[in-house]
Design a protein around this ligand. Sequence first.
Ligand code: ADP
Length: 509
Amino acid sequence: MTQRKHTGRSLRFTLSAVYTGLFTLLLLGVGLLFRQNLATNLSEQARDDLKQSWDVLKANLRIEHDLGQANYHAVWFFDPTDPDENGASVRIKSVYVVADEKGKPLPDSYSPSGFSYSSTYESLGFDSAAQVKKILASNQAEWIQKIDPDGLPYLIRQSYVLSEDRSRKYFVAIGKSFAESAALLRQFDWLCLGLFPLVIITGFATGWFFTGRSLTPVMEIAQAAQRISGSNLSLRIPLRRTGDELDYLVETFNQMIERLEVNFNQVRQFSTDVSHELRTPITILRGQLEVALLTADTAEQYRDAIVDSLQDVERLSQIVRALLLLSQAETGQVILQKHTLDLVEVAEGIVDQFQIPAEGAELSLKFVPNVGACPGEFDRVQIERMLSNLLSNAIKFTPAGGEVQVSVGRDGDEAEIVVADTGQGIPPEHLPLIFDRFYRVRGKEEQASPEKGLGLGLSFVSWIVRAHGGTVDAQSAPGKGTTFRIRLPLGEEEVRAGLEPSSEAVRQG
Ligand code: ADP
């Protein structure tokens, strides 16, 4: 019980964990994708901003030659009263440099101490003469990244402008810090870090709850199944009528229990029948011996008592032998020895053997072959046993003057054997039971008597037919007669004797 509960719980945990794991992976994937997208957008936006700033710079920066001096210097033409221009100039001048071909920042007209570069650019490091030369030689702007001493990255656009007299090229770089983007990304990271565990815990709790709910019926089914034992096999697991997989499972369980119940009942019935069948002859035997012991005086009387007792012992061993054989047959321990044989010839032989008992009972016994020959794969011993059982019954239960007829025919790939008599017949209420072990039709006045047989003959017939993969069907009209119709496949198919006792194999009509 504890073990089962543990299994249920671990299944619940496994399902919830797998579900949460997948959910977490999905969430991480989406988060990373989103972050990547955000980073790309921010970087593109920074480039666009720098391109716009470059346009403003080109319109407002001039490199002029100082009259009377050899120097060129940078002059900015911003209108400080125009808020747009002023804003743009502040943005540009926060990270910028204008330098000569050696990478040395230019002096400018208003503030020779260094208006041609910002302190931020200085902290990022001025560019080498080689880098400047490369930019001046190229016609395209170059985008690079620089990191300031605090580790903050900057996007830098490097290009050149011509001097006012168009005689010289000057290196110009402007930049924009990634501080805003980095802050935004960091904010996103923190948000994810805070939200993810929350979402994962909620996901696990939801999964736990729903798997628990879906597993509850499984536990209920298990508990219901536990209540079913050998002594109360009539119990069934209640159907939930949801039409889902669990209902299918319950249905399958119930069908299995039904089969078990039938088998259990058969075994129970069989033990009752066996003890009952053995008790009667044992009681008679014991009575006879006691009477003989008390009353017999002469050797003749003792002899008679011993002969009577031997008859009863013979009947007992007959029952035991038959039971043993039948149980071996039905548990698959008897393997059919199949050979190709002609059913017409086999049936004719058996009918011949029964001519003398038939004559003794003043009956006419006829064989009607509906085909010239009917060859197939059969076990001769078992087929002969089957025909003998049917014929001895027909003769036993047909009064003098009656008729018994055996015919063999063929229908497609099946042989059809019919044993018909004009005897006393079987009442309809007994017909479905005659193939059961020990079943005998008795009148009210009739008692079990050795002459009436063991009630096992038709059980053998049923097993033999089943073992050959065929069907047997009985039709009867009380007072008019009984007909047994057997259909056997002619094919080569190996059928292990009695492996699968099938209710379909025996049909009573
Ligand atoms: P038994 O050893 O009693 O013949 P069976 O299993 O062969 O046992 O038959 C079961 C019962 O079926 C018989 O006791 C009899 O009542 C009935 N039965 C079988 N065959 C016939 C038949 N041809 N005509 C009438 N009753 C029959």
